[in-house]
Design a binder for this molecule. Structure first.
Ligand SMILES: [Zn+2]
Length: 105
């Protein structure tokens, strides 16, 4: 699978706490336009989602910017989230969570 066809990212503790996956800026075009609703299918269940943002100062107060994210249910730090476009419908995305193999479970 070409990397263009899938958005894949490892979940950080920040994303676990927020219940979302960050959309890196250079991959924003993979998703529908900011604020536009689309369908995400996770574990066979479809729900509405959209690209949202929050203001961030991780590059210092003189470089304010936004981070973009999509809400994801039940992700843990270390999990890998893969989002694919449903080939049948451009407004539908399929989300898979690959659990991180933990030693102490
Ligand atoms: Zn930032």
């Amino acid at each position: 699978m070409r990397p263009k066809d899938v958005y894949s990212k490892k979940i950080t503790s920040e994303e676990e706490q927020g219940g979302y996956v960050i959309v890196l800026k250079d991959r924003l075009s993979f998703f529908p336009a900011f604020g536009r609703r689309f369908q995400i299918v996770q574990n066979g269940r479809s729900r509405r989602a959209m690209v949202e943002s929050y203001p961030c100062s991780c590059r210092g107060p003189e470089l304010p910017h936004s981070h973009f994210f999509v809400r994801v249910k039940a992700v843990k730090s270390g999990d890998r989230v893969s989002i694919r476009k449903d080939s049948k419908s451009g407004a539908r995305y399929l989300l898979q969570v690959q659990n991180h193999p933990r030693r102490n479970v």
